[in-house]
Write a protein that binds this ligand. Structure first.
Ligand code: FNR
Length: 361
């Protein structure tokens, strides 16, 4: 039975352990989506700190898919070239570089969290955002954004943007591509009946609501090498039990469909679609969702949410509840969480072992 320190091999890529840095927006680009010194140091330190996989923040495939004007992007070759030194460094530290490919849909064009997280209008430095159904935009804080209902051309553009972004990510040296389909952003907006009121091929039935994500995953798989894994992050549930919404049964079914399209790991988060969601945090708060997907679908599963202790991550893997544990906030508090976990779990916390960078021994 593997544990948190066991390698994880997916296709031809092997993570040295099962602890990954969860994607976390840094909102720290100049308004051009290019990485800065912040990204180099932020991602680089967590690779030094023993994470098996270092996943970038939500990285926009198209400028209109940025949550804020300060988001990271991968919509041009210049972006790929600027990211390459970061992936090189991460790999040289023994970690696997992954990129989360994102489109924020109707939750794009917002102020940064520390500036209020409210929509920015086009006449004030923002832009018109894409929505499956603008009439269903939920009552988030701030004025409604300027929205356009995604038409056939918009949908084709999204698919093409993902394919191009995957090709650029490969050129930049990433070894894992993760499609972000969680947290109320574009694909989740199509998946959930809360935000999808369409009557065309992309709305209504489960098959129609999942079509855009399936088309995008197919496009990414076309260009992503056979020996490298594709991940998809989903919200396992909307957390809205009082209305028709996206739930865990649909997530299990989707995960199986995605596996059939060549997805190697489904990373199970939750919520983000509507402000009235009933989701409470705490230790392992989303693990039951990951476990349901792992039990019901034939795909590897990542668990995330409320993992702060090495023993906790270890138990998730040992008990077969997840194949990979993604750690977010604890990796912000302690960039060396991976090394600390290895030390604690192997009982040599007080010793600087060969796991540590040679400079620190
Ligand atoms: C996040 N999260 C997140 N999720 C995602 O899929 N893409 C992203 O870009 C971000 N951005 C982000 C920024 C910051 C500052 C935080 C704290 C979180 C969610 C994150 O990946 C993770 O799923 C949650 O934080 C829950 O895990 P922890 O923090 O309890 O380990």
């Amino acid at each position: 039975m593997p544990d948190a320190l066991s390698p994880l091999s997916l296709r031809g890529v092997t993570s040295p352990n099962r602890i990954a840095v969860s994607p976390m927006c840094q909102y720290s680009c100049a308004p051009d989506g290019l990485p800065t010194e912040w990204h180099r140091v932020h991602l680089g330190s967590r690779a030094v700190g023993g994470a098996g996989i270092v996943m970038t923040e939500a990285t926009a495939v198209d400028p209109i898919g940025r949550i804020t004007p300060s988001d990271l992007g991968i919509w041009s070759d210049d972006h790929a070239a600027a990211l390459e030194p970061i992936t090189d460094f991460v790999r040289n530290q023994g970690a696997v570089p992954g990129i989360q490919l994102a489109h924020a849909g109707h939750k794009a064009s917002k102020k940064r969290p520390w500036e209020g997280n409210v929509p920015i209008q086009p006449d004030n430095g923002g832009w018109e955002v894409l929505s499956p159904s603008p009439e269903a935009y939920p009552p988030f804080d701030g004025d409604r954004p300027a929205m356009r209902k995604a038409d056939g051309d918009d949908i084709q553009n999204v698919i093409d943007a993902y394919r191009d972004a995957a090709e650029r990510s490969l050129a930049a040296g990433f070894e894992i591509a993760e499609v972000h389909a969680a947290h109320g952003y574009l694909f989740h907006e199509f998946l959930s009946p809360v935000t999808n009121r369409r009557a065309d091929d992309y709305g209504g039935s489960f098959e129609n609501r999942t079509r855009l994500l399936r088309d995008v995953v197919t496009a990414v798989r076309e260009v992503w090498p056979n020996d490298q894994p594709v991940f998809v992050r989903i919200s396992g549930t909307d957390g809205l039990n009082d209305r028709e919404s996206w739930d865990i049964d649909q997530s299990v079914r989707l995960a199986d469909d995605l596996a059939g399209l060549g997805v190697d790991l489904v990373d199970v988060s939750s919520g983000g679609i509507h402000p009235e969601q009933a989701i409470s945090g705490g230790p392992n708060f989303q693990v039951p969702l990951a476990e349901r997907v792992r039990d019901g679908a034939d795909v590897a599963v990542g668990a995330v949410g409320g993992v702060t202790e090495p023993e906790q991550a270890d138990a998730l893997v040992r008990n077969g509840r997840a194949d990979l544990v993604l750690v977010g906030r604890e990796f912000l508090r302690d960039p060396y969480f991976g090394l600390r976990a290895a030390g604690d779990l192997e009982g040599d916390s007080d010793t600087v072992t060969e796991r540590w960078p040679v400079q620190y021994r």
